[in-house]
Design a protein around this ligand. Structure first.
Ligand code: ASP
Length: 308
């Protein structure tokens, strides 16, 4: 650990690359929940998780209650992760029927494993006391209908992927309803200088059943260590190939300013690939995205800055 470190408590929150800055208010509420938790003596991890729970419950972000519908129009599969600089690590992938996947990810950190997926993750959630929850928001129903129209038309639903690929590799129980992707994340630093990250997503659309992106994959969608914490959003299939969260973490650990690292991370991707990054280091913080991205940053002094 370096000398002269500042330990001003801080929380940064994003609401997904490709979202709208009109949704910054939800990020601000989430960041202020995190700061309240730190003020009450909570750890960086408590603060990051509280912030993400607020976003999962908001309903406007692609996580928890706002999660995107799968191509069959009824399944919701969610991914979430947590990590901190004291060694806590937990994630869930493709989990169904829970209200707050990030809380299940936090509970996984208390097991002998770091990642639980699918049916096993849901069964674990029940034994850990999380009740069954399956609600599809009107907003997601509308988005699904629009997606079906895109998949049936000539526009590409995923950059670089032919729409027919989803029909060709179809793995749902029901036939395709067509013929031929925003996530949340928070990074926090507490007064003791510990760092944490928490992330949650409903995945990307369109996707096949069982698809897992970067959000529950350590070093890709999230990373936290003694020098900082990083949360990433965007198209998981591209993000995992760059191990983006760990790459950006390593840059700040080597002394690069957080804003420069965030910008450099986004610049690794061609413009058509959605990507967004939030970074909190020992001395500074940064955020960058190549799409509109809801965002808030708050410090322990409640000196609020919104966006970059
Ligand atoms: N990264 C998420 C995924 O690929 C989606 C997102 O950030 O919007 O599952």
């Amino acid at each position: 650990m370096q000398q002269n470190d500042t330990h001003e408590p801080m929380v940064l929150v994003h609401g997904g690359a490709g979202g709208s800055r009109d949704q910054d208010d939800g990020c601000q509420l989430a960041a202020s929940n995190g700061i309240d938790r730190l003020r009450g003596g909570g750890t960086a991890l408590d603060a990051a998780v509280d912030a993400v729970v607020a976003m999962e419950d908001d309903g406007r972000y692609n996580a928890g209650s706002g999660s995107v519908l799968c191509l069959d129009g009824r399944t919701v599969e969610m991914d979430a992760s947590i990590m901190d600089s004291t060694g806590a690590l937990g994630a869930v992938a493709c989990i169904q029927r829970v209200k707050n996947p990030v809380l299940v990810a936090q509970a996984v950190a208390g097991t002998p494993h770091w990642l639980l997926a699918g049916d096993g993750a849901e069964r674990f959630a029940r034994t850990a006391g999380f009740p069954s929850h399956h609600e599809i928001s009107a907003r997601q129903r509308d988005k699904h209908e629009k997606l079906m129209r895109t998949l049936s038309g000539t526009g590409q639903a995923t950059p670089g992927v032919a729409n027919r690929a989803f029909a060709q590799h179809w793995n749902y129980d029901t036939p395709p309803a067509f013929k031929p992707c925003d996530t949340v994340g928070a990074v926090a630093r507490d007064a003791q200088g510990r760092f944490a990250v928490a992330c949650s997503t409903g995945g990307s659309a369109p996707s096949l059943l069982g698809r897992v992106g970067d959000t529950p994959i350590i070093g890709s969608g999230f990373y936290a260590g003694e020098q900082g914490a990083v949360a990433v959003t965007g198209i998981g299939e591209h993000i995992v190939r760059r191990l983006l969260a760990h790459t950006v973490y390593q840059w700040i650990a080597d002394g690069m300013p957080a804003q420069e690292a965030a910008d450099k991370g986004v610049a690794l991707f061609p413009d058509e690939i959605d990507v967004g990054i939030i970074v909190l280091g020992r001395r500074d913080a940064g955020s960058a995205s190549n799409r509109e991205m809801p965002f808030a940053q708050m410090s322990g002094q409640m000196s609020e800055q919104v966006g970059k």
